[in-house]
Design a protein around this ligand. Structure first.
Ligand code: GDP
Ligand code: MG
Length: 206
């Protein structure tokens, strides 16, 4: 039987200005929840940048105060990767309104670190916005779908498995005390793509 396919997805998380002092604790929750942080940057957005980021809310009553709040201090933006990352992160942060979060999702990040219906500690993309928001915060990043299924198998079979298999065989022979560090070192030494330095360089005298 075919093993179930795993789709790794990316989402954008932001630690908002009101929660910046709790950033370490929130990042700890992110790591403990099994996310991989692919990219991270600290930024202080201008009101113009904030308006662009939240363009979907333009014209709503809360828009001006949202822009003032989000540009009032530094934020930390992170690209998180995990299976079903968008929904999982939104589940973890809880409802938009912190008062409601405390009632219905008392363990959520917004219940724990948010203040009110606006200052809610963290942002999470929704399914339609993730790609645009990642590009907004990390314009240099290439948002390609992470290969899955057969494409992932082909990629690993061609570029990773042959080297990894040699490394793992050597690892089993050596049985080092710290196998992960040993394998990491072995891979650096045996990286087939590293530049080949020829030490028999002929020096041509002028
Ligand atoms: P989110 O996706 O859960 O962050 O919620 P939205 O996309 O609907 O709103 C974006 C942000 O605007 C929220 O995270 C809040 O900071 C703020 N916001 C949303 N609704 C309200 C509201 O009714 N009043 C106020 N003051 N701020 C709001
Ligand atoms: Mg939203």
């Amino acid at each position: 039987m075919e093993p179930p396919q795993i789709y790794v997805e990316r989402t954008l998380a932001i630690i908002k200005p009101d929660a910046i002092d709790c950033a370490d604790e929130i990042e700890e929750i992110i790591y403990r929840s099994g996310f991989t942080v692919l990219q991270k940057r600290r930024a202080h957005l201008t009101p113009e940048q904030t308006s662009d980021f939240y363009a979907e809310h333009y014209g709503k009553m809360f828009f001006p105060s949202l822009v003032a709040y989000m540009s009032s201090g530094p934020i930390i933006a992170m690209v998180l990767a995990k299976e079903n990352a968008v929904n999982y992160w939104r589940e973890l942060i809880g409802p938009t309104n912190c008062f409601r979060a405390r009632e219905t999702h008392p363990d959520s990040i917004r219940a724990l670190y948010g203040t009110d219906d606006q200052r809610n500690a963290v942002h999470g993309s929704d399914q339609y916005g993730a790609e645009r928001e990642i590009r907004f915060m990390f314009p240099e990043s290439i948002v390609e779908p992470i290969p899955s299924g057969q494409a992932a198998k082909d990629y690993l079979a061609k570029l990773v498995n042959p080297t990894l298999l040699r490394g793992l065989t050597n690892l089993c022979k050596q049985k080092p005390g710290d196998p992960i560090t040993w394998l990491a070192d072995w891979l650096i030494q045996n990286n087939p793509n590293k530049p080949c330095v020829n030490d028999k360089v002929e020096i041509v005298e002028p």
